[in-house]
Design a protein around this ligand. Structure first.
Ligand SMILES: [Fe+2]
Ligand SMILES: [Fe+2]
Length: 475
């Protein structure tokens, strides 16, 4: 059951061949997916041989196989973690009942919405990143980009399988619409704002995979707790792929920081213009990119108070991060939670019913996790003896969703006037000039083992290959 059947047109471990109707429906969707990949996948890449990993089993010990693949031939498929026959719903009003193997009628609309919203982010990020291969700082980095891209394509497959298998005609229509929306399109955009932003350069890409793929991790973790067992099992396997995406982001930013610090030591200066003149990205610019990606990403968790969040939890559709490890009653009736409000020109805390604050609970768990990685980046700076430290901005900074959307708040958490915001904006968020400078550094490096000047090489290669391995072959 856990071994993937690669003899079929659609690789899977769900016995797809036994359900002819479903198999035909998915085989009908497949060419549409491949057309979308041709149109919106990595620019000009269809003939490249890329050293990619492909899932061959869902066993933790050996799911990945590495080899050269042309991306349109990547074996996108359907992989679910093995079923636990005795699994029970472990939170909300259905606590203790057997997990659902089918969609309960009363939760159908909400579950479909959850799956579509998750599914929409997967092709969106591929669209956002589609030009980056043209400016990859090395073959190693280009390969990592493409690995992330094919896996986001597979995540789309994961959600489309659920839509086709469990939601009938509505599900099939939603699966079509997932191929029709486009990131940043004025008429038919992707559902969530952060997935309509541009990812124009590699500093943005690494920040995106660090911060925004980590939002993916937390959403998937919450869905992995779901009472709807097929959703729990598919998101569990997606999480194993997500870990690599966050690694790409964390190590990418870390390597940029390392090179910047090396250059600062060489020229013996911390002046941003001198660092730039020496061909590295100054730490202040890295901080502004961090501020942007962090604030845009924490909006993805939704409004701080949300009756939908309460419904999703109480009805057993979406749990908290690590629900199973928590020791409270898993019902949360009468529990409260502290979140931020604006009162008399200041950001203050207020206590609200926890059930309504579950978006905020997940956002706070996310913030803890992402701040830990920023401390690891600071260790890189510290080792070079440079006193600069990166900081995660205040939760209320640059927000567009919920209570905090209406106020202007500095990265330190002080409410500021519109005039002060406008005056300081370019010190807090990437300016046009910052983006133009970073863009000016971008240029494709294709010689194996060579790296663009603004980024340090990684400590080791992929799958124990050397750093100067030919990770991508152009044909
Ligand atoms: Fe994904
Ligand atoms: Fe991802």
């Amino acid at each position: 059951m856990s071994t993937v059947n690669y003899s079929e047109k659609i690789p899977n471990n769900v016995n797809l061949a036994e359900d002819r109707t479903l198999q035909r429906a998915l085989e009908h969707w497949q060419p549409g997916f491949l057309n979308w990949w041709q149109d919106m996948g990595p620019d000009g890449s269809t003939a490249y041989d890329v050293y990619l990993r492909t899932a061959v089993s869902v066993d933790p010990s050996g799911w990945a196989q590495f080899g050269y693949v042309k991306m349109p031939d990547y074996r996108w498929g359907i992989f679910l973690n093995p079923a636990d026959q005795d699994r029970r719903i472990h939170f909300g009003d259905h606590l203790g009942e057997p997990a659902w193997q089918d969609v309960p009628g009363e939760h159908r609309a909400n579950l479909r919405r959850i799956i579509v919203t998750q599914g929409d982010t997967e092709p969106a990020s591929v669209e956002q990143q589609r030009h980056l291969g043209l400016t990859a700082p090395s073959l190693y980095d280009m390969r990592n980009l493409f690995q992330v891209n094919v896996e986001e394509g597979r995540h789309l497959w994961a959600m489309v399988y659920l839509l086709h298998r469990y939601f009938g005609r509505d599900g099939r229509e939603e699966a079509e619409a997932l191929l029709e929306r486009r990131s940043g399109d004025a008429n038919n955009p992707r559902i969530l704002a952060a997935f309509n932003e541009k990812t124009p350069d590699w500093l943005s890409f690494f920040m995106f995979t660090y911060f925004t793929d980590r939002d993916g991790k937390f959403q998937l973790c919450a869905l992995a707790e779901s009472g709807f067992d097929p959703l729990a099992r598919t998101t569990k396997f997606m999480l194993t792929e997500e870990a690599h995406h966050m690694f790409v982001g964390e190590s990418g930013v870390s390597r940029i920081i390392q090179r910047t610090c090396e250059v600062m030591k060489q020229i013996d200066s911390d002046a941003p213009d001198k660092v730039r003149a020496a061909g590295a990205i100054d730490l202040a610019t890295i901080q502004r990119y961090l501020n942007f990606h962090f604030s845009v990403t924490i909006d993805l968790f939704g409004a701080d108070q949300s009756s939908n969040a309460a419904t999703f939890y109480s009805s057993g559709l979406k749990g908290r991060y690590e629900e199973g490890k928590r020791t409270d009653d898993h019902l949360l009736q009468g529990a409260s939670y502290r979140l931020l409000d604006v009162c008399g020109g200041a950001v203050v805390e207020k206590e609200v019913p926890m059930l309504n604050a579950l978006n905020e609970v997940l956002r706070d768990d996310y913030i803890k996790d992402s701040a830990a990685g920023v401390q690891r980046w600071n260790k890189v700076i510290e080792k070079t003896g440079i006193p600069f430290r990166l900081k995660v901005p205040h939760k209320a900074f640059h927000r567009s969703i919920g209570t905090l959307a209406g106020v202007k708040v500095s990265p330190e958490g002080n409410v500021v006037s519109e005039a002060e915001w406008n005056a300081r904006r370019d010190a807090w968020l990437p300016s046009e000039a910052d983006r133009a400078f970073v863009a000016s550094l971008m240029g494709r490096v294709v010689e194996p083992g060579r790296f663009a000047h603004w980024i340090a090489p990684p400590a080791m290669g992929i799958n124990r290959q050397p750093v100067d391995f030919e990770y991508v072959r152009f044909n």
